[in-house]
Design a protein around this ligand. Structure first.
Ligand code: SAM
Length: 229
């Protein structure tokens, strides 16, 4: 009983600390990744009205939504309730009307939305952290309306056999502990390609220069669900 309490308490501290750390120290990272984000968010239709962002974290993507459509309704899903405060602040700073942004505690593996109900799903640096990548992609496909787009940006495992890949394998358990379940060795590109997005998938690769170098390389892109699907 006492042990359980200690474990719950330490998890609470890690989540609290992580949300604070993430919000404070990620700015240089977000600055560097901006060009990649611009490219994919440019494909978010100005007509998109309902958008879901899974693993929204502290909300670093808010300005892309606000710039797109003043009437866009964004649902931010994240299992960490501590992200609510930060994502709300980011939404307000980006000029998203309070009525147009809702935060919900939840996971990508069980999205609390109806089939075919959103114009776009966004995930940036999230598939590294979910418990089940395949199930999350299945859920994304389910909630996307025909003609909808999945916008993603993720860090993935380095090339097989490379020194970096070996280092990632070594540091993976530590990374999971320190970064709230984030994995360094996921083959997310392959998982997205296998997921069966009926309208096709476009993926680009980018190698980060700045911290955190251990998360090289990144992939970013778009996956579509066809209209007649
Ligand atoms: C590295 S952060 C990325 C946050 C933000 N998307 C960004 O680009 O900075 C990973 C986020 O995924 C969330 N997360 C972890 N497991 C998840 C799951 N199963 N479903 C959805 N989000 C999850 C974490 O709480 C965290 O906010």
């Amino acid at each position: 009983m006492f042990e359980e309490h200690i474990i719950r308490r330490s998890r609470w501290y890690i989540r609290r600390l992580y949300s604070w750390f993430f919000n404070l120290l990620m700015q240089s990272y977000w600055d560097e990744i901006e060009d990649c984000k611009e490219k994919v968010f440019n494909k978010l239709s100005e007509k998109a009205e309902k958008v879901l962002e899974i693993g929204i974290g502290s909300g670093p993507n808010m300005r892309y939504y606000a710039a797109r459509n003043a009437n866009l309704n964004l649902l931010g899903l994240d299992p960490n309730p501590k992200m609510k405060k930060y994502s709300r602040k980011s939404a307000a700073k980006a000029g998203l009307k309070p009525k147009n942004f809702k935060f919900k505690q939840g996971v990508g593996e069980a999205i609390p939305l109806k089939d075919n109900s959103v114009d776009a799903v966004v995930a940036t640096l999230v598939l590294c952290s979910v418990s089940d990548v395949t199930q999350t992609l299945k859920e994304i496909k389910r909630v996307l309306r025909p003609g909808g787009v999945f916008i993603f940006l993720e860090h993935v495992a380095a090339k097989d056999g490379s020194m970096l890949r070996r280092l990632q394998k070594l540091l993976d358990p530590l990374q999971q502990r320190l970064a709230d379940g984030c994995h360094l060795t996921r083959n997310t590109r392959e998982r997205i390609l296998e997921a069966g997005f009926s309208g096709g998938v476009k993926i680009e690769t980018y190698s980060m220069c700045s911290f955190p170098w251990i998360t090289r390389p990144h992939i970013y892109g778009l996956a579509y669900k066809t209209r007649n699907f």
